[in-house]
Design a protein around this ligand. Sequence first.
Ligand code: ZN
Length: 147
Amino acid sequence: MKSTRLCLACGNAFAPLPHVPQQRYCSSKTCQRARRRDWQNNRLRIDSDYRDNQARAQARWRTGHSSYWREYRVAHPAYRERNRNMQRVRNTRRSFKPIAKMDVIRLPGPLSSGFYVLSHADDASVAKMNAWTVHIAVLSAPAAPPI
Ligand SMILES: [Zn+2]
């Protein structure tokens, strides 16, 4: 009896090819593409040589195709508009004066290691919404503030 297993990409049952006993993705084009993408993402994460190589290859490609993205943006106005909107959001976030900074000044003493509730400064007025519990380990204390 042939054993079947579940594809990591689509979740469907499949029988591994006889010459690929460790096969984890089914043979469909989409899942094979997912397998290569997963392999590459993992490789980029764990292999700094591979990462550097990819960065150099991409930089080389960009110098040979310097007008690619300019032309792509002209040909895809929706893409261009989406990028502009996202950049506006990033710019707004960047210029936002974080409330947390003022709280740091009001701390009774230096920050100590421990568990804290962290929330985005935009949500600070709506306390406890989208908040994370984080552990902060203090590695070095800041220098004393100038008086
Ligand atoms: Zn599949």
